[in-house]
Ligand binder design. Structure first.
Ligand code: DSN
Length: 404
């Protein structure tokens, strides 16, 4: 690269990534093949529309790239293409969620999503995001005692609030999610069930977490977390569930959920898709459809359990008592006897351990300096770490956090 300043910065970032221990639950390290696709000539192409239906000429190759990504996504998640469609154009997870609400939820209607401080996401209806400005959030929480989802409480809340859509899938929830129960809750109030599986998509793909497709109307995901692809998003939606709309002429028009999603992504909110990103997603989906990837996801879960249980042995409180997936929350504040999440994250960063401070359920502190830390093992597992490394790492974390 001729640009000396950017070359220097990119080298420095590569070195930083190489030297740090990365426990950020939403990050991962892509393969050289994914990087090659991202840095390819596909970035030069404008391709507004969908394969075979573009508004620009010269799309014969990128159409094949997008079709391959679609084919691989459906195959990886074992979906029948008559029942499910997938849109691989969302630029990331937030745009994917906007596209779903725009397609299926009337402005002002209610989105029932997990409270951000309990492990939800900004786009699940939080007041500071578009999702809480154009729609109204009905926030649910985890149970105060178990710190897990309480499906009976969710059912009661849904029946009282009557949301138009219920969002399941979280950024800081360490337990298996019962999709069947979530669908029953949605069904009881005639709401859509949107599963945002961004964090656990890789685990779902490889069978390390139950798949939501039997129960969800729509599933969104990012492609860069446990799925280990480039930054990006996908929306899976049912092709065999139809919504009736009365036209001005009085005629009734039926459109499938997938058709509505397609229109919502383009032209509803995005312009030309990033074809280099879609090529990278196709590569990652191919990589995820292998025995090697299945073993990788099994190792993520083993590593995360090992890290959580060792920290627990060392006296730290793990939210909900443990983890079933790639992430967990640790209480470092301990009702004022410990240190704040910010202090803990800073201390660890100074020693080369990178993670994020996080609120814990029913936190008495603020998100800017909360009581907890979020720890995830997908990235370190990519680097070949095993349970014994996690036990050692727990010891290091404990020593750093307890040092005066
Ligand atoms: N998905 C968030 C995270 O978990 O880090 C960022 O939006």
């Amino acid at each position: 690269m001729k640009d000396k300043q950017i070359t220097k910065l990119l080298k420095a970032e590569k070195k930083r990534q190489h030297e740090a221990i990365n426990l950020i639950a939403s990050e991962n390290y892509v393969s050289d093949d994914v990087l090659a696709a991202l840095g390819s000539e596909a970035t030069n192409k404008y391709a507004e529309g969908y394969p075979g239906k573009r508004y620009y000429a010269g799309n014969e190759i990128v159409d094949q790239i997008e079709n391959l990504a679609i084919e691989r996504a459906l195959k990886l998640f074992k979906l029948n293409s008559k029942k499910w469609g997938v849109n691989v154009q969302p630029l990331s997870g937030s745009p994917a969620n906007i596209a779903v609400y725009q397609a299926l939820v009337k402005p002002g209607a209610k989105i029932m999503g997990m409270h951000l401080a309990h492990g939800g996401h900004l786009t699940h209806g939080h007041a500071v995001s578009f999702s809480g400005k154009f729609w109204k959030q009905v926030a649910y929480t985890v149970d105060k005692k178990t710190e897990k989802l309480d499906y009976d409480a969710l059912m009661k809340l849904a029946k009282r609030e009557k949301p138009a859509i219920i969002v399941a899938g979280y950024t800081a929830y360490s337990r298996k999610i019962n999709w069947k129960k979530m669908r029953e809750i949605a069904e009881s109030v005639n709401a859509y069930l949107l599963v945002d599986m961004a964090h656990i998509a890789g685990l779902v793909a490889a069978g390390a977490h139950p798949a939501p497709f039997k129960h969800a109307h729509v599933v969104t995901t990012t492609t860069h977390k446990t799925l280990r692809g480039p930054r990006g998003g996908m929306i899976f939606a049912r092709k065999d569930i139809f919504v009736k709309k009365k036209l001005k002429s009085g005629k009734i028009k039926e459109e499938s959920l997938f058709d509505l999603i397609q229109k919502s992504v383009f032209p509803g909110m995005q312009g030309g898709p990033h074809m280099n990103q879609i090529a990278g997603i196709a590569v990652a989906l191919g990589e995820a459809d292998t025995v090697k990837f299945r073993k990788y996801t099994e190792q993520i879960v083993k590593n995360t359990k090992a890290l959580a249980s060792e920290l627990k042995k060392l006296g730290w409180r793990i939210i909900s008592g443990g983890t079933d997936n790639h992430v967990f929350l640790m209480d470092v504040w301990n009702d004022g006897d410990g240190i704040t999440g910010k202090q803990a994250s800073d201390k660890l960063e100074a020693e080369g351990i990178i993670l994020n401070m996080n609120t814990i359920p029913y936190d008495t502190r603020t998100p800017f300096n909360p009581s907890g830390l979020r720890l995830g093992c997908a990235a370190e597992t990519t680097r070949g770490k095993k349970e014994r490394d996690m036990v050692k790492l727990a010891g290091r974390i404990n020593t750093i956090l307890r040092a005066e």
